[in-house]
Structures are given as structure tokens and as C-alpha cells.
Design a protein around this ligand. Structure first.
Ligand code: C2E
Ligand code: MG
Ligand code: MG
Length: 646
């Protein structure tokens, strides 16, 4: 509960308590007053009347006594029997109400002179105008003694005053009651009002909080683009599904997949189209997902499907094939239509791991294998892939150290101009020696370096090293040959090697034509305009730019038109197969023809035999490179063997 809410609750409870206090106080006063009224009024009335009557009786008695003394001249007052203890009541016979309280006074009649009017005797200073004195019958006692009985009754005015006092009391009490009731009413009203207000604000607050919480939960656990669970929800559900599967002693499959060349779609058609593609792809895969399976967006163009409680692998294959088939139809995006494929990696519980992160990692590895195997397919994880992972982890940790501590070398492989048989250029190829003639395969570690981002530093080092050797050869008096270095797609990013290329050459006093660049078609998966701009700058400066491994990538002839190229290198796989495979020979012929059509040098790589050489000559290639001429050699050996001194 927030601080504000706590304060509100406190205020509310104070209100509530004070109202209760007022109500109870009011009730106590009412009860006490009623109690007092009931038990006190009557005796009080009687007492007051009695005492008043007694006072009156006493004053009468004194008046009579003094008159008696005056009349009789006697000082003896024994003739007056003051029997004021006897109380009299006069009732209203119609209501039975007690009207007057009285007292009886007995006077010895004989003691008075016979002509004395005892009834109307003068009471002197005693004012008995408010009294009622009844007839005073003269009784004769058994003793023969006569007595006059005076009955004196209390003052009705007093009685009225008493009643009015009581009424005043009553009025006061009623006013008190009314005030208390009003206060109670006001506080209870206020209490009710604040209760209702509080209730209303609580309802609003709860509703608001609920909707905010729902929204936050939605954002935190669902991908906003595809509406699929995100990786956090996946993680939570994955654990639960694993536990269920473990209990049921069945299998669980993790399918990790992404859209092949998604980046290219994003770059070519924009992010909006990329988003639309992701959404459509998610919908299509969701359609082939069984109700009890979990489909989540893992991030970027990566999706994960968890299939729990499966009996065997064929259940998984069935779904994997359905996913792949779901991509076969064209995707209609804003302003364009695209055809894409997906690659799926699959890991299975319990064989391939027993926790979510291991199963995901292994499925991811399997997906990379599916991609390496030509994409648009699926691959189950196997232990060999784990070895690959260990290997790439080893490369990741050791390659930087090799780079910083002189553990890398640059070798040079000659390229022979078929027209004149001269070595006019060479390719610089990186080597990571491990001792005893053992090298780490450059294709492997370059791929890993590209993934980890170390490639930029490597390329910078290659450029520096190539420049250094060319400079050295120059200084040693050798004729200049062009050294082509291999650059990766990542070198075309901002602040990549390409942007400091000419500067580095200048720094070594080299001309732009002395260092060439080899790029593969896959660099065009990046932002094409930016790359073309950068390459154009180099090309215009005189840098020889060739496209490597031509024929293995997208091999779009459009690239040849778009890119500022000087040459193309036919991939060695065609050269190797050409003697035995007619199709490959035709491809070589076609590439050479097209290359020449664009005014480019055509270089054949992987030339291993004389036959390869004559075949390349036959189709019109300009240059050959391969072990038929020489393996890549260390700088000094290369210079000695292939460079000439004029
Ligand atoms: P690539 O650029 O196509 O280089 C040609 C590859 O073919 C080299 O393999 C070379 O040693 C090999 N080769 C040359 N002649 C023959 C032959 O007659 N037969 C056969 N079977 N192979 C031959 P390497 O040095 O293992 O390099 C492999 C790939 O690694 C290169 O292919 C290139 O893509 C990459 N790479 C090598 N060095 C660098 C580098 O310094 N930077 C970058 N970014 N990539 C490099
Ligand atoms: Mg190359
Ligand atoms: Mg090549």
C-alpha cells in the first residue's frame, strides 16, 4: 500500500472512530437521562412536595401556637399536636394524578376559647394564600378531649414550578439529545460519505491499477508486434512444460527457427516491410501450432516452438515440415511481395538437455547447421554440434590473444596472368599457426570473428600487414605486384576498415592500385547504398575490387551492374568439377562471358592441375590462382619465388 493510501486509511479510521464515539456518547447521555428521569422524577416530586408541605405546616404550627398563646395567655403549647409526619395526598379522581401533598395538624380544640374561629384564624405573617386548608372537623377523642384537625396542603404553584423545572430539565435534555443526534448524524453522514468516497476511489484505483498491471504484464510478457509470448514468458512456460513432461515420462521438442536472409528484406524493403513479414510469418506458424504447444518470438526474426508430451521424433518432423511449408506461399507486404524460407533447429528432451537454456542453445546450434546445409530445412541437434560449439568458444577466447600477440601471419598466393604467364597480383590469406605445421582453418575462425565482431580488428591488421610487406618488397627492390586482401561484410559498417583504407595506404606510401579488395556477394546483405558509395570511392581512386567466390551466393547479375568492380573470381568449386561436370564448365564459360561483357577481369581460383589451367585458358579467363601455381606462401618465400627485380 502506498504512503498516500495509508494516510487515507488512517484518516478514514479516525473519522470512523470519532463518529462511533459521538454516537456512543449520545446514546449514553440519552440512556442516563432516561434512567435519571425514570428513577429520579417521581421521588423527587414527592420529596419536594413533602418538604415544602412540612415547612408550611411548621410555619402554620408556629402561627397557631403564637395565636394560642395570645388568646389563652398560656405559655403551654402542648395543645398543639404537630403530627406533620402524616402525609396526605389529594388525587385527581379522573386521572388518578397526585395533585397536592398535604400535612395534618392537630390542635387541642378545648384549649381555645369557644368563640374562636379556628378555621379562619389569622395566621399572621405566615402567608398561606397558596395553601388549601380543608374543613376542620372537630373530633372528640375517646378521652372526651376535642381536637380540631387542620389539613394543610402544599402549594400548587410550587408543584407547578417543580413540574416546570422538570420540563426545563427535560427540554435541556432533549436539546442535548437533539445536538448529540445531530452530531451523530453529521459524523455518521460524513463517515458514510467518506466511506463511499473511499470505496469509489478504491474501486477506481483498483480498476486503474488492474488495467495498468494487465497492460504491463502484456508488455512484459508478450511481443507487441506479433502478439506471441516473448522470451520471458517462454522461459517461464518452458520450465513448467519441462516439469510436466518429466512427470509424464514423455518427450519435449524445442524448435528454434528464423527467417532466412531476413536482414536482406529489412535492408531492401525497409523496417516496416520487415515488421509486416514477421507478423505474417508468426500468423502462419501459429496456424500450424497445436493448441497445447507454445510458440514464442525469441527476438529479431527468431521464433521458438515448444512441443511437449510428444511420443517420438516423427511428431516433431511432421510439425517442422508444416512450418517450412507454411513459408512456401508469397508474403504480401506493404508495397512489395517477397518469397522467404525458414531454417529450423530442433533439440529434444531428455536426450539433448534437461533445462530450458541448454535445450534452447542446442536447438539454436542445430538451426545454424540447417542454415549451413542450404537453409529452408530442419536439423536435429547432435553431439557433434556441441564439439563445434566448444571449438568456436575456444576460437573466441584465443583469437584476440593471437591477434594482439603476433600469433597471426599473412601468406600470399600468386595469381598468374594467362596472357603473359606473369605473376601480376596475389591474394593475401590469413594464417593462425598452432605449431608443427598445424593451422586453424581460416574459413572457420573468420566466420567466428565475424560473429563476435573481432573481424574489424583482424581486417585492419591484414591491411596493415599487407601494406607493410608490399612496402618491404618495394624497399627490397622487387617489382610491384598487386596484393588483394579479403574483406568481410562487417568491414563496410561505419568506421569499418574500408573508410580508413586509402589513409592506411598513404601512411605506407603506397598507391591505391597496389592493394586490391576481394568481397563476397553476401556483403550486399548489408545496407547496399552505403556499401556502393564506399566502394565507388575506392574504385575511383584506383583500387582493384573483385567479387570473390562468384557463383555461390546470390549471383545476381544485377550486382555486376550495380557494383564498381574490376574483376570477378569464379568459385573454385566450379573449377574443380569442370573437367568432369559439363554443367560446371558451362557455368565457367557463362561467368567469363558475362564478366568480360561488363569489362571485368575474370580470375579462376582453385586451379590445381594443368587440365584446370588449360580449361580456364580455353574459356577465356584472364588470370588463374591455385596450388597448380603455388600454395599460399609466407612473405619472404613468396617474394623470393615470384617477385622479380628489374
Ligand atoms: P578465399 O578468399 O576464396 O580464398 C581462397 C581459398 O582457397 C584459400 O583458403 C586458399 O588457401 C584456398 N586455395 C587456393 N588455391 C587452392 C587450390 O588450388 N585448391 C584448393 N582446394 N584450395 C585452394 P584459405 O586460406 O583456407 O581461406 C579460406 C577462406 O577464408 C578464404 O576464401 C576467405 O574467404 C577467408 N579468408 C582467408 N584469409 C582471410 C582474410 O585475411 N580476411 C578475411 N576476411 N577472410 C579471409
Ligand atoms: Mg579471396
Ligand atoms: Mg574465393
Amino acid at each position: 500500500m502506498s504512503k498516500g493510501n495509508i494516510l487515507k486509511s488512517l484518516a478514514l479510521s479516525v473519522d470512523f472512530k470519532s463518529s462511533l464515539l459521538f454516537i456512543s456518547l449520545g446514546l449514553v447521555i440519552i440512556v442516563m437521562t432516561l434512567w435519571n428521569w425514570h428513577y429520579d422524577f417521581k421521588p423527587r416530586l414527592i420529596n419536594e412536595a413533602q418538604s415544602n408541605t412540612r415547612v408550611l405546616a411548621a410555619s402554620y404550627a408556629r402561627a397557631i401556637e403564637s395565636q394560642f398563646q395570645n388568646i389563652s395567655g398560656k405559655t403551654d403549647i402542648s395543645a398543639i399536636h404537630n403530627s406533620i409526619n402524616e402525609m396526605l395526598l389529594i388525587n385527581d379522581p379522573s386521572t388518578g394524578e397526585n395533585l397536592y401533598f398535604g400535612v395534618t395538624l392537630e390542635v387541642d380544640y378545648d384549649a381555645f376559647p369557644t368563640d374562636y374561629d379556628l378555621v379562619n384564624f389569622d395566621i399572621g405573617t405566615t402567608n398561606c394564600s397558596d395553601c388549601i386548608i380543608t374543613d376542620n372537623p372537630i373530633y372528640k377523642r375517646d378521652s372526651g378531649e376535642l381536637i380540631a384537625i387542620l389539613k394543610i396542603y402544599a402549594n400548587p404553584v410550587f408543584y407547578q414550578r417543580l413540574v416546570s423545572d422538570i420540563i426545563d430539565d427535560l427540554a435541556l435534555m432533549l436539546v442535548g439529545i437533539v445536538i448529540v443526534l445531530m452530531l451523530a448524524w453529521l459524523t455518521s453522514n460524513r463517515l458514510l460519505y467518506s466511506l463511499r468516497e473511499r470505496e469509489r476511489s478504491l474501486i477506481i484505483e483498483i480498476a486503474e491499477r488492474k488495467s495498468v498491471e494487465d497492460r504491463l504484464h502484456q508488455i512484459a510478457t508478450y511481443d507487441q508486434l506479433t502478439n506471441l509470448p516473448n522470451r520471458y514468458l517462454l522461459q517461464a512456460d518452458f520450465t513448467r512444460k519441462l516439469e510436466e513432461t518429466a512427470r509424464s515420462k514423455k518427450m519435449l521438442a524445442t524448435l528454434f527457427f528464423d527467417i532466412d536472409h531476413f536482414k536482406k528484406i529489412n535492408d531492401m524493403h525497409g523496417h516496416e516491410a520487415g515488421d509486416a513479414l514477421l507478423k505474417l510469418a508468426a500468423d502462419r506458424v501459429a496456424d500450424v501450432t497445436r493448441n497445447y504447444d507454445l510458440l514464442a518470438r525469441f527476438g529479431g526474426d527468431e521464433f521458438v516452438m515448444i512441443m511437449s508430451n510428444i511420443e517420438n521424433r516423427s511428431d516433431v518432423i511432421y510439425v517442422a515440415e508444416k512450418i517450412i511449408a507454411s513459408f512456401s506461399k508469397t508474403f504480401v507486404l506493404p508495397n512489395t511481395e517477397v518469397q522467404v524460407t525458414a531454417s529450423i533447429g530442433i533439440s529434444v528432451y531428455p536426450e539433448d538437455g534437461d533445462d530450458p537454456s541448454e535445450l534452447l542453445k542446442n536447438a539454436d546450434l542445430a538451426m545454424y547447421r540447417a542454415k549451413a546445409d542450404g537453409r529452408n530445412g530442419y536439423q536435429f541437434f547432435n553431439a557433434e554440434m556441441n564439439l563445434e560449439l566448444q571449438y568456436s568458444q575456444w576460437v573466441e577466447t584465443n583469437l584476440r590473444e593471437a591477434l594482439n600477440n603476433g600469433g597471426l601471419e599473412l601468406h600470399f598466393q600468386p595469381q598468374v596472368n594467362l596472357e603473359n604467364g606473369k605473376v601480376e597480383s596475389c591474394e593475401a590469406l590469413i594464417r593462425w599457426p598452432q605449431g608443427s605445421n598445424d593451422n586453424v582453418n581460416p574459413t572457420d575462425f573468420i566466420r567466428i570473428a565475424e560473429r563476435t565482431g573481432l573481424i574489424n580488428e583482424i581486417s585492419r591488421w591484414v591491411l596493415q600487414e599487407a601494406c607493410r610487406h608490399v612496402k618491404e618488397w618495394n624497399d627490397q627492390g622487387y617489382e610491384t605486384v598487386r596484393v588483394d586482401i579479403n574483406l568481410s561484410g562487417k568491414d563496410f559498417a561505419d568506421r569499418g576498415v574500408l573508410y580508413s583504407f586509402l589513409q592506411t595506404l598513404r601512411h605506407h606510401n603506397l598507391q591505391p592500385h597496389q592493394i586490391g579488395v576481394e568481397i563476397t556477394e553476401n556483403i550486399l546483405l548489408g545496407s547496399t547504398d552505403q556499401i556502393i558509395k564506399a566502394l565507388t570511392v575506392l574504385h575511383n581512386a584506383g583500387v582493384h575490387i573483385s567479387i570473390d567466390d562468384f557463383g555461390t551466393g546470390f549471383s545476381s547479375l544485377n550486382y555486376l551492374k550495380q557494383l564498381p568492380l574490376s574483376g570477378i573470381k569464379i568459385d573454385q568449386s566450379f573449377v574443380h568439377e569442370a573437367p568432369s561436370n559439363k554443367d560446371d564448365l558451362i557455368i565457367i564459360q557463362a561467368i567469363t562471358l558475362v564478366g568480360h561483357g561488363f569489362g571485368l577481369d575474370v580470375i579462376a581460383e582453385g586451379v590445381e592441375t594443368e587440365w584446370h589451367e588449360s580449361l580456364c585458358k580455353g574459356v577465356g579467363c584472364n588470370t588463374i590462382q591455385g596450388i597448380y601455381v603455388s600454395e599460399p606462401l609466407p612473405a619472404d618465400k613468396f617474394a623470393k619465388k615470384f617477385l622479380k627485380k628489374p
